[in-house]
Design a protein around this ligand. Sequence first.
Ligand code: GTP
Length: 511
Amino acid sequence: MADIPVPERSGSMTPTMLSPQTNTQADRPPAWWVYLLLPLLHFASVKLTFLCAVSPENEVVIWLPNAVLLAALLHFRGRRGGWLALLTFSSDVLANLPVFPPLQAVLLSLVNLTEVTLAYLLLRRAGTSPALDRIQDLGKFVVIGPLLCALVAALLASLVLQAMDGVKTPYPTLVLLWWFGDGLGLLIFTPMLLALAQPAPEPIRLRWQDGPVLLFTGALAGLILSGQSERWSGVPLTPNLLLPPMLYIAVRFGTRWTAPAVALIALAAAWAQTTGHKPFGEASPHELILRTQEFILTLSIVGMGFATLLSEQRALTRSLEDKVRERTLKLEESNSQLGTLSTTDGLTGIANRRRFDEFIAGEWRHARVTGQPLALALLDVDLFKHYNDRYGHQAGDDCLRTIAQVLGANVRRAGDLVARYGGEEFALVAVAADEASALAMSRGICQALEALAHRHELSPFGVVTASIGVAVLVPGEHDTHETLIRRADRALYQAKANGRNQAVLAGDAPA
Ligand SMILES: Nc1nc2c(ncn2[C@@H]2O[C@H](COP(=O)(O)OP(=O)(O)OP(=O)(O)O)[C@@H](O)[C@H]2O)c(=O)[nH]1
């Protein structure tokens, strides 16, 4: 059997709208057990209606069964809609047969089918979210389902009743009763079934006051709906007093639990009214049914309206928080990239002078606390001016990059720092290194550079070489890290004076 047609909407559609193309759930047809469950649920809702919501005058306060098919069509986006409709239609006819002659039973079931199919198609046309979890979708649902389609069904059904059954009730009254009964059934039962069919939301964290409030609500509902409130409180309390507790439920538990709570209280009110407990006081039977229906309407709109509004608000807040988190993360990433850039030398990719200054000052303070030595090696490329003149500035840049790599490969520990000190000068700070190891490391660097055999025709060595001044100090009372730099610089000067391509320790250099 064909699916219920999907009218194409012009204009754009959001992913939450009813669209089999955009929603993955829409691509999933009902599982086999749905075909068993649906007629059972429909039949059970007929029985529940007759049990709770039909007056002694045989007038229906709330007609639940139509909501079963509407919820199924919405949930499955019309997939296998023909089968779902046939199953509930059969169940409807079966339920009507004991009450009406066969032709009338079939006609009234056809009216119900028309009401639900029309409601579904119009909801699709209006691009309503099938979960009815946004306030504007709930609004569209109320207008299309309970107001419009239930009215159409009421107009048709009242015609059938008057023409075939010879019912004496005036046509407008019949229409009103049928309309309100069907409308309320759709209003309270469709959102409940849809809410229960949704995947379980995050568990609700109960608060200490939830238990007492729910107990109080149950007791209050029992007292008012049983018509015993006057006996216990001295004054007749009206069911409207149940609205504030319903608000509490909406605020605390969201649509998933508010929908069943609304349905429960609505059915209890209908049951109390139709079984003579008189929760709505004394009046004519029609007026009492209307009062009951008014109460159920208010209860449903207050409860579901608030719950939907709040869940939409929460979803909005969550999405805003997600966006803020995402932006903060990006900002932190950019900041850290900026931080890295501001301490990195653009040419060689190693630490720059700013990073060197920060590092040596910090390590100096640390060494003063620990009493360990701090070593500094200052390296200056030999005759680099000549290199530039001979091979060009670009080649000079490449050469500086190579030297930076050699230095990086020769640091002793991860905690040490290699930096470009400026121009063709480099610095190497070694933490907790004594004079012997600092000098050995510096000599190793000189040898590694020479071993590179990077051609330098204008140097007496024929290859690129460097001179290194090494200083090692345990920070004293009155020293600063500048003392260390000064000493390393002087040792470097000495290395140059000694003929270049060598490392000189500050102690060995004349002060
Ligand atoms: N290609 C290139 N050259 C640079 C850079 N920074 C500084 N220099 C050059 O390095 C050279 C340094 O020359 P000097 O200070 O005279 O010293 P030197 O020629 O190395 O001689 P000694 O230090 O006495 O061995 C200058 O020619 C600078 O232009 C750079 O980033 N890239």
